[in-house]
Design a protein around this ligand. Structure first.
Ligand SMILES: *Cc1c(COP(=O)(O)O)cnc(C)c1O
Length: 399
């Protein structure tokens, strides 16, 4: 054991705490939902309204989804003890892949344990030294890691900036293949990628387009098909990666979906697919049910969108500095890390659970509180949050 490593780490934790960058996990003693029982270790738990889950449609603890998961355990068992290509593919895995083709408007789909794996295993099988990846500077960590695992040349464009993307595509024009990579909805700013402009440039510079729709699938677009539906470009995105761990029930599981040849190559060569366990049957059965519910209950999509608009308008009217956008992610900008943490703590004391986000999750000096709305929030929940924000904002001199 290296004593110097342990004491170096101790010093680093102390300075993280000082800068307001240390992450303390609150422990929840209830299912996920709009109201939860939460506590910090060593304190007693309290009921708070939850505004920091990716539970956009309120399906995380839906009775029909729970029932589907239980039913699938009874008919297909708990686990597969195998990867897909050895003895881990059940009929329901194929059924979910086919169902996702229809839902996303794509040719083929491959399941992964997590979207982190989908992105981690995406680029390396498709590209090599002669190729190029052109990536939005605010892309999710898993895209960045996936790019690192691949030998293609890397280009970065300014966030959602088409002029900057064009410049980078020009720089990459001598590559054999080019892939533009972007989040569909950006997790920290809550904005939607400008897909029509990106597709236009992709056509001009002969590039493929990859969109990570993890924060969009299930509730963005009129039928929840994601950022492509929002922009009216379903069927034009070459590669979509997305998670089932957010709007679609929120347990785990993910997929990559798109051109048949690309998915076929991933099934042959993608390392997180080949060397990691099959998605658990209960998750597959419950995700099939979640997709059914998205279609059967269009009011869920309407409600989460209306909740987000209401919350945005009311906070803006009270003078808060919000990042503009039309998703259920509402970032309240505070810039200073300790202020964001302090404000989140004070809101928590008033029964509003939100998280202050600081470096390295967002750039230094861009600290914020990210509020996430859900279809399961009632008007009373939103009222309570708006009042708490106003009170705390005034006390801290933010508004
Ligand atoms: C949440 C998220 C992921 C990771 O999803 P998991 O399935 O939990 O691994 C990947 N990409 C983006 C853009 C995300 O928001």
């Amino acid at each position: 054991m290296s004593r110097s490593m342990m004491s170096d780490f101790g010093a680093r934790f102390a300075s993280l705490r000082e800068e307001g960058l240390y992450k303390n996990e609150r422990v929840i003693a209830s299912p996920q939902g709009p109201e939860i029982e939460a506590s910090l270790p060593g304190t007693s738990s309290r009921q708070v309204i939850n505004f920091c889950a990716n539970n956009y449609l309120g399906l995380s603890n839906d009775p029909e989804i729970r029932a589907a998961a239980k039913r699938t355990i009874d008919t297909r068992g708990f686990g597969l003890s195998s990867v897909r290509f050895i003895c881990g593919t059940q009929d329901i895995h194929r059924e979910l892949e086919t169902r996702l083709n229809t839902f996303l408007g794509t040719e083929e789909t491959i399941l992964y344990a997590a979207a982190f794996d989908a992105n981690g295993g995406l680029f390396e099988p498709l590209l090599s030294e002669e190729d190029a990846i052109i990536s939005d500077e605010l892309n999710h960590a898993s895209i960045i890691d996936g790019i690192r695992l691949c030998k293609a040349r890397r280009f970065r464009y300014r966030h959602a900036d088409l002029d900057s993307l064009r410049e980078q595509l020009r720089e990459a024009s001598d590559a054999r293949y080019r892939i533009i990579a972007t989040d569909g909805v950006f997790s920290m700013d809550g904005d939607i990628a400008p897909l029509p402009g990106i597709l236009e440039l992709a056509r001009r510079y002969d590039a493929l387009v990859m969109v990570d729709d993890s924060h969009a699938t299930g509730y963005i677009g009129d039928r929840g098909r994601g950022s492509a539906e929002h922009h009216g470009v379903i069927g034009e995105i070459d590669i979509i990666t997305t998670t089932f761990g957010k709007a679609l029930g929120g347990a785990s599981g993910a997929c990559t979906s798109g051109r048949a040849e690309i998915i076929e190559m991933l099934r042959q060569r993608s390392r997180p697919y080949l060397f990691s366990n099959s998605v658990a049957p209960a998750v597959v059965g419950a995700t099939l049910k979640a997709l059914e519910l998205v279609a059967e209950r269009p009011e869920l999509i309407e409600t989460v969108k209306r909740n987000a608009v209401t919350f945005r308008e009311r906070l803006r009217a009270r003078g808060f500095d919000l990042v503009t956008g039309d998703t259920a992610i509402v970032p309240v900008m505070l810039y200073k890390e300790p202020l964001a943490v302090r404000m989140a703590d004070m809101l928590y004391e008033r029964g509003v659970y939100v998280i202050g986000f600081a470096f390295p999750v967002v750039p230094k000096g861009k600290a914020r509180i990210r509020v996430q709305l859900s279809a399961s929030h009632t008007a009373a929940h939103i009222d309570h949050a708006v009042h708490a924000f106003s009170e705390v904002g005034e006390t801290l001199g933010v508004v």
